[in-house]
Design a protein around this ligand. Structure first.
Ligand code: NI
Ligand code: MN
Length: 229
């Protein structure tokens, strides 16, 4: 057994830890043109939300209400989710880490926006740095542009980095390649592309460049594809 990462399309991911915790990250199923799984079909113990945009908050309220999952996000978003009827939330904020049952989760900087679907203030957007209980480090960049402090995140020694490559709303392929140089992960997984024409990219072309120019291994997942680490 190891940790298993599943990509449901766009920025929606599942992570089943080695010790059996089921995490959902940015659970956007309803209205996600890339997703084939439905919000009613997924299970979760915890839901992690990077920022307030609709393509990341997605089905959080419905899934949390159905499964009883605890939602972890920044203070502003968890407050908003509580007002939407979500019972179990855990607020954190940028730079802060907490030892959850599934591992140590720290919220990191992200260069982006975070307005919630109804226009409410969603605080600052975040990335997620998770240290699993078996000592693996996985960094979910969230929606972000390139920033130099990715080098600080890289100093932690990343096993996996999950990066947006779609361009337009986030880093595109060129900046995502520069991000790999700063982060120096063992494995990199591209996401947040191909959902709409506006963010169409060829992940294989990007993978070839990253392989040629960095020490990282690129894992391009199919929709509902999985990798273990
Ligand atoms: Ni966004
Ligand atoms: Mn997005």
């Amino acid at each position: 057994m190891s940790n298993t990462l599943t990509w449901y399309g766009h920025a929606t991911l599942g992570l089943k830890t080695k010790d059996g915790y089921r995490l959902l990250i940015d659970p956007f199923f309803s209205g996600n043109p890339a997703a084939t799984v439905k919000a009613e079909e997924v299970s979760a113990d915890y839901i992690l939300v990077t920022h307030g945009h609709g393509d990341h908050v997605g089905d959080t309220v419905a899934i949390a209400n159905r499964t009883g999952a605890t939602v972890i996000s920044n203070f502003e978003i968890t407050t908003w989710l509580s007002a939407q009827g979500v019972e179990k939330v855990h607020p954190q904020h940028l730079g802060g880490g907490f030892q959850h049952p599934f591992g140590y989760l720290k919220l990191t900087l992200a260069l982006h926006g975070s307005a919630l679907p109804d226009g409410s203030y969603g605080g600052n957007p975040a990335g997620l740095l998770l240290t699993t209980n078996d000592g693996k480090k996985i960094y979910f960049a969230g929606d972000t542009g390139l920033f130099g402090d990715m080098a600080l995140i890289g100093e932690e020694g990343l096993d996996v980095a999950v990066l947006p490559i779609g361009d337009n709303f986030t880093m595109g392929p060129d900046d995502a390649l520069r991000a790999v140089r700063l982060l120096r992960p063992q494995i990199v997984v591209p996401i947040h592309y191909g959902t709409w024409e506006l963010i169409d990219q060829n992940p294989q072309t990007w993978a070839e460049r990253v392989t040629a120019e960095t020490g990282a291994k690129v894992v391009v997942l199919d929709i509902n594809g999985q990798m273990t680490f």
